[in-house]
Design a binder for this molecule. Structure first.
Ligand code: GLC
Length: 555
């Protein structure tokens, strides 16, 4: 397996990226029309969220036909053209494979509902227990995870929406069908895949109530998960030396992630995990409000960086995606220090050990949606939880405040290309309102000399030109500092020191105390900062609000 440490990946949430035909929905031809922008940014791969036929109850994560393009996104020809045009510009296309479940509109599920035993066994149907569902497991989108089917007097499992039925990976024919789909897309020339919630595919042998939680401990990193991933690798993408794969791992463990991503295991190239994005959950509850716990964030990064390094696992580095609020509004300051904090947050992860991901709009500082009415939300998880929290008796205002901070729609508003009416995204009415936060746009940002965009270009170039950033070891410094996240990457005698101030109060970092020479020495070089020039006091570096400094030290 190749290593991808010099690559940077860009995630496109297709529905909100660029609309080419004025229907208010982003589409594949829209992506093609923006390729030179992406080339200019300097990214290597474009991961597209699902573009397959779907009833869109979960915006394409409910797939009804894995081999066909949904007409709202365009045609197969559009995708072929995108693959070809991207390739000409040195970029590969990655597709999103949703294999834990299919839409209930999928032909397999429809045949199952008609009682065809072959297809019924493609899914997980079980008898209820005393008039109740088979287990008390909860769906990730709220409510019980089982849906009753009267004609069978049985229930089917859905860990997500009730229109997303979990597939039965125990069934060899199911696995074969899925491998064939991967091979179908490889033949079309795609360069890689993102596998949706792939660590949930292996279910336990027996289904029992969870008296301690929502059921996840029974099916997360399940009993045959490594066996299935090895088989998937062997029977599909593993036959292409250079294909890139990333698995989305829900509530996973370090130990399992090492196995998923260590090249010698022959499973996947790298993994996403989400522990660092739960540091603003009160007692693990997403639907609560709490300022983010900075120390916990650092401790989690440190745990994963050192653990993956020790066992040669590979991590995807990210703060943003289509399921997360925008980080500049979440861990940064999107008002007074918008630019500074956007760049600082980018620095804090791009210099880590792993493979950085940029989520559309992040590269010019897009913020949360700041919606003020439930009618502006589109996401099934958000609208479900709105109802659940209402039933729990929370006042409307409080619920809206929680959604403003936590809804997945914060990351799903259309890309703000410019300041015109349709924001350069559409000539029609966008499917979801534009973000109402501070006014930002790609065009406005890129006109400025110190643009966020150009800072991202520099971070990408740094990674590509500096082996220490690609391969160096990682070590944290000032582990318990209340506002600094500092670490050093080292390769042989060469070092890269990364300093990030996560708050608006000025701090100092002593080079000498950490065994580094003062900045005026010949072998010390400033690689990048998000302020105009370095601020020093004697041998100390001062870190202004949300300042980042990257320094290289050579022997
Ligand atoms: C993943 C996707 C998310 C989707 C879910 C179910 O977490 O990122 O958008 O809702 O899986 O497919």
């Amino acid at each position: 397996m190749m290593n991808f440490n010099d690559k940077v990946i860009y995630q496109i949430y297709v529905k909100s990226f660029m609309d080419s035909n004025g229907d208010g929905l982003g589409d594949i031809a829209g992506i093609t029309s923006r390729l030179s922008y992406l080339e200019k940014l300097g990214v290597d791969y474009l991961w597209l969220t699902p573009v397959f036929i779907s009833p869109m109850n979960d915006n394409g994560y409910d797939v009804a036909d894995y081999r066909k393009i949904d007409p709202s996104f365009g045609t197969m020809e559009d995708l072929e053209e995108l693959i070809e045009e991207a390739k000409k510009r040195g970029m590969g296309i990655m597709l999103d494979m949703v294999f834990n479940h299919t839409s209930t509109a999928h032909e397999w599920f429809q045949k199952a509902l008609l009682g065809d035993p072959k297809y019924k066994d493609y899914y997980i149907f079980k008898k209820g227990a005393d008039g109740a569902p088979p287990t008390n497991w909860e769906s990730k989108f709220g409510g019980n995870a089982w849906e009753y089917v009267p004609q069978f007097d049985e229930y089917y499992l859905h860990l997500f929406d009730k229109t997303q039925a979990d597939l039965n990976w125990e069934n060899e024919e199911v696995r074969k069908e899925l491998y064939d789909i991967v091979n179908f897309w490889l033949d079309k020339g795609v360069s890689g895949f993102r596998f949706d919630v792939v660590n949930l595919i292996s279910k336990p042998e027996t289904y029992e109530n969870d008296d301690l939680g929502d059921g996840r401990r029974f099916y997360t990193d399940g009993p045959k998960i490594h066996q299935y991933l090895k088989e998937l690798n062997r029977k599909s993408f593993g036959q292409k030396e250079d294909s890139l794969t990333v698995g989305e791992m829900s509530s996973t463990s370090l130990e399992n992630c090492v196995r998923y991503s260590n090249p010698s295991e022959k499973e996947l190239s790298m993994v996403f995990n989400f522990h660092h994005l739960k540091v603003d959950y009160e007692k693990g509850d997403k639907w609560s409000l709490k300022p983010f716990d900075f120390q916990e964030l650092k401790d989690i990064f440190d745990h994963w960086q050192t653990g993956m390094q020790e066992h040669q696992g590979n991590m995807a580095l990210f703060y943003n995606n289509h399921d997360q609020p925008r980080v500049v509004s979440r861990f940064g300051n999107d008002k007074k220090y918008h630019k500074e904090s956007a760049k600082m947050l980018a620095t804090s992860i791009h210099m880590l050990r792993g493979i950085p991901y940029i989520y559309q709009g992040e590269e010019f500082g897009m913020t949360n949606a700041y919606f003020t009415s439930i009618h502006e939300y589109r996401d099934v998880e958000s609208t479900n939880y709105y109802e659940i929290l209402r039933k729990e008796g929370l006042p409307e205002e409080r619920i809206l405040e929680i959604l403003q901070a936590k809804s997945r729609d914060n990351g799903r508003t259309p890309v703000l290309w410019n300041d015109e009416e349709g924001r350069g995204f559409t000539e029609g009415t966008p499917w979801i309102p534009f973000a109402k936060g501070p006014s930002v746009s790609a065009e406005k940002d890129m006109k400025e000399e110190d643009s966020i965009f150009s800072y991202y270009q520099k971070l990408i170039k740094l990674r590509k030109s500096n082996p220490v950033i690609q391969e160096g070891t990682y070590e944290i410094l000032e582990k318990d500092h209340p506002s600094l996240f500092c670490y050093v990457r080292a390769l042989g005698e060469k070092k890269v020191l990364v300093l990030n101030n996560f708050y608006d109060k000025e701090e100092e970092f002593s080079l000498i105390n950490h065994g580094f020479p003062p900045v005026d020495e010949r072998n010390v070089r400033l690689l990048l900062t998000n302020y105009n020039e370095l601020c020093t006091k004697d041998e100390k570096i001062c870190l202004r609000p949300y300042e980042s400094v990257i320094i290289s030290v050579e022997p």
